[in-house]
Design a protein around this ligand. Structure first.
Ligand SMILES: Nc1ncnc2c1ncn2[C@@H]1O[C@H](COP(=O)(O)OP(=O)(O)OP(=O)(O)O)[C@@H](O)[C@H]1O
Ligand SMILES: [Mg+2]
Length: 256
């Protein structure tokens, strides 16, 4: 069976202590397929459950119902290498940059075999001079590059990125997208990428998912022929499609 990510009828509820109700539903029967070797970009209003979705796929939280498979096996960190870049980059403050980058590989017991790759990866990301520093001694953009090094060093089966370039100014963000694509093309990892930027979704995502504000409304899935097409990025088609995407997002919000 093809190694797609298959999210099937996922329902996630959190304990809602503040409202003294039983449970707060965030995702309800959420289904989505991400074909092997593609990027699926996810856009949606704050609080709609994007990070929650990634955490369930990463195996960090359990769904109330439903299942996530990769190929024919349920996804979990025991069966697969899962590269997760959380919203705050997930660097451990008490570990040096060097040790942070090796962390995922150490957990999987493959740190030694990756040492040579680590050097070239750090050079490509221009962080080779930062290895002895600690996360608090880095800029936001440097922390993002360290986090990218960590996930790509792992050569994961599945890549989950939660707003990876959100803290950057527009020009640096464009540059980081190119850095990401340069690394991604080498491995073509099946990827779920959360973003708040329409243009980022259009440039990176083969498929774009718009999540609604309320879990009771349906998601919209758009196939994107312009993904990773640099020649089109400043062109008319890209502009028209970003306008159409914006319209759709506004339409979905005004419904709720
Ligand atoms: N551990 C938790 N316990 C209870 N509620 C939670 C928990 N984590 C998240 N939530 C709630 O679930 C909802 C979805 O949160 P989530 O972080 O998935 O949103 P998001 O779409 O990623 O938002 P943003 O764009 O702001 O990052 C929010 O209302 C949030 O308050
Ligand atoms: Mg989030």
């Amino acid at each position: 069976m093809e190694d797609s990510i298959k999210i099937e009828n996922l329902t996630v509820r959190y304990d809602d202590r503040s409202h003294k109700r039983d449970m707060n539903t965030i995702l309800n029967q959420f289904s989505l397929t991400v074909p092997k070797g593609t990027v699926c970009a996810i856009i949606g209003p704050s609080g709609c459950g994007k990070s929650t979705l990634l955490k369930v796929v990463a195996g960090l939280i359990q769904s109330s119902f439903g299942v996530v498979r990769f190929g024919d096996k349920p996804i979990n960190p025991k069966n697969f290498r899962i590269g997760f870049m959380p919203q705050n980059y997930g660097l451990l403050p008490w570990k040096s940059v060097h040790d942070n980058i090796l962390l995922g590989c150490q957990i999987k017991g493959i740190a030694k075999s990756r040492r040579a790759d680590m050097r070239s990866l750090c050079e490509r990301l221009h962080i080779e001079t930062l290895l002895d520093r600690y996360p608090h001694e880095l800029s936001g953009g440097q922390q993002q590059r360290v986090s990218l090094a960590r996930v790509f060093l792992l050569s994961p089966d599945v890549l989950l990125m939660d707003e990876p370039f959100s803290a950057l100014d527009a020009i640096t963000r464009d540059a980081m997208q190119e850095v990401f694509l340069d690394l991604w093309r080498g491995q073509s990892i099946t990827t779920l990428l959360v973003t708040h930027y329409v243009e980022e979704a259009l440039y990176l995502g083969d498929r774009i998912v718009i999540m609604p504000e309320r879990y009771t409304d349906a998601i919209t899935i758009i196939d994107n022929p312009l993904a990773r097409d640099k020649a089109q990025r400043m062109g008319q088609k890209f502009f028209s499609m970003s306008c159409a995407l914006r319209k759709k997002i506004i339409q979905m919000r005004s419904r709720s």
